[in-house]
Design a protein around this ligand. Structure first.
Ligand SMILES: *Cc1c(COP(=O)(O)O)cnc(C)c1O
Length: 447
């Protein structure tokens, strides 16, 4: 484990390396320690615990634009941005106003509302394949509903998924590929019976698998953004579309990250492919809990109450989440995406220079407004086996160097770097300085 600085903070639970923050009002370690006694591992989403990078997480007290502040009052430039959910930057005035206004009218009713109608319309207007949209509470709900719907519509069981793609904590999709080319899935975690993934086939990304009539659906991240950022190879997505059509399987695009990040039409517009079912999350909630699936009317109307595939959710279509999502989509015009694209490219260049001038081998692949990190030389990864050749120790060192310089990357070597409207030129200038110093620390720590 790489220490963040020379200090250690010791509590009843033991000693941990800590941030060099000077005297704060509260300590991250004390708060996190207490969280650990109430919450398993102290976190409500596993990656937040810093297991992949070592040390104890900073505990966020508040955030604004490109910055987060921890409970000690330390300000970080934030490249996590809630894993892409807050594309406008933290506490954007349009979002906070929409949330406040919606909250004043009541937070949940158990009845239809105008805002859910408007958000479903807004998604459908921007993504033409989404003639009907059903809203829910998370990306995980979206992917699990999409799988159920595809199986219900086709009357088939097999789902094809790609090694290294991530679709949330959905049992049927938490399958691990074997070492063979196309293997029926093995459970990707404890708690999943073999039977649950027996109909999940895990195949390598960027190779069009040969399907047969048992396949209900292929689910894919159209740009893979959970194994670093890996672009679809030319012809890959079109090949999936054609192969699904050949055997009558549905094509599910998991656009939980790419949706409303790559542009108003997401990956489907960028690559000119129409998915049968599209999963959304993250950006469409403006930073509040949300998920959605969309598709052709004939497919979507197989959902209850019209069809035979059950779906429900007490808080689904929530008035506050839909208000925030609408406010976000309203602001995300084509001009804004052009601006984000320019910033993403500039940030990639800045990070590249920061690492190379420090002697740290690092590449920063850009796919539209998505930015990844690969700590290796040679060709960029095209699939998970290649992505796993990233130098995880070097990532951990760069991550820790970043924290010392008050620059927060997501705490995992396979996470994307999320650029938002908060990262203007002045902030990218700040990142340039911090990232260079971080890379120098990393090189020193790696010896
Ligand atoms: C984050 C993510 C999910 C899961 O969304 P949650 O809201 O965390 O449940 C699904 N698919 C992809 C591609 C994601 O990045």
């Amino acid at each position: 484990m790489i220490a963040l600085c020379d200090e250690q903070r010791c509590t009843a639970a033991g000693c941990v390396p800590t941030l060099c923050t000077g005297a704060g009002l509260a300590s991250n370690v004390e708060v996190f320690d207490r969280s650990c006694r109430a919450i398993p591992g102290g976190v409500n989403s596993s990656i937040r615990a810093f297991k992949a990078v070592g040390g104890s997480p900073y505990v966020v007290a508040r955030a604004q634009g490109p910055y987060v502040w921890d409970v000690e009052g330390t300000r970080y430039i934030d490249l996590v941005q809630s894993y892409g959910a807050v594309i406008l930057g933290h506490a954007h005035p349009a979002i906070t106003a929409a949330v406040a206004a919606a909250a004043a009218d009541g937070t949940s009713f158990g009845a239809p509302t105008p805002r859910e109608m408007k958000l479903a319309e807004a998604i459908g207007e921007r993504v033409p394949s989404c003639e009907r949209v059903r809203l829910m509470n998370s990306g995980t709900e979206a992917t699990s509903t999409a799988v159920r719907l595809a199986r219900g519509v086709t009357g088939r069981d097999v789902i094809v998924t790609f090694n290294g793609n991530f679709h949330g904590a959905t049992d049927a999709l938490l399958a691990a590929g074997g070492s063979g080319v196309a293997t029926l899935g093995l459970p990707g975690t404890a708690g999943i019976p073999n039977a649950t993934v027996a109909n999940t086939m895990v195949v390598p990304y960027n190779v069009v698998p040969q399907l047969d009539e048992r396949v209900a659906a292929v689910i894919v991240e159209p740009v893979a953004a959970n194994m670093g950022v890996v672009a679809p190879a030319p012809g890959f997505l079109a090949g999936l579309r054609a192969e699904c059509d050949r055997v009558g399987a549905l094509l599910i695009f998991d656009e939980v990250i790419t949706g409303f990040r790559l542009g108003t039409g997401g990956a489907q517009a960028k690559y000119d492919i129409r998915a049968d079912i599209t999963c959304f999350g993250k950006v469409i909630g403006g930073g509040l809990p949300i998920g959605a699936i969309g598709g052709a009317a004939a497919v979507m109307e197989e959902l209850t109450p019209l069809g035979k595939v059950f779906q429900s959710g007490t808080l689904a279509g929530n008035p506050i989440a839909t208000a925030a999502g609408l406010a976000a989509l309203d602001l995300l015009t084509d001009d804004v995406y052009m601006e984000l694209l320019a910033r993403t490219r500039r940030l990639a260049g800045v990070l590249r220079d920061a690492c190379s001038s420090a002697g740290l081998v690092a590449q920063f692949p850009v796919v539209g407004t998505l930015l990844g990190m690969y700590l290796g030389d040679g060709d960029l990864p095209t699939n998970f086996d290649e992505a796993k050749t990233t130098d995880e120790a070097a990532f951990a060192a760069l991550f820790q160097g970043g924290l010392r310089e008050r620059l927060a990357f997501a705490p995992g070597a396979y996470e994307a770097i999320f650029v938002g409207l908060g990262h203007d030129d002045a902030v990218i200038d700040e990142i340039a300085v911090a990232a260079h110093a971080a890379a120098v620390h990393a090189v020193a720590a790696l010896g």
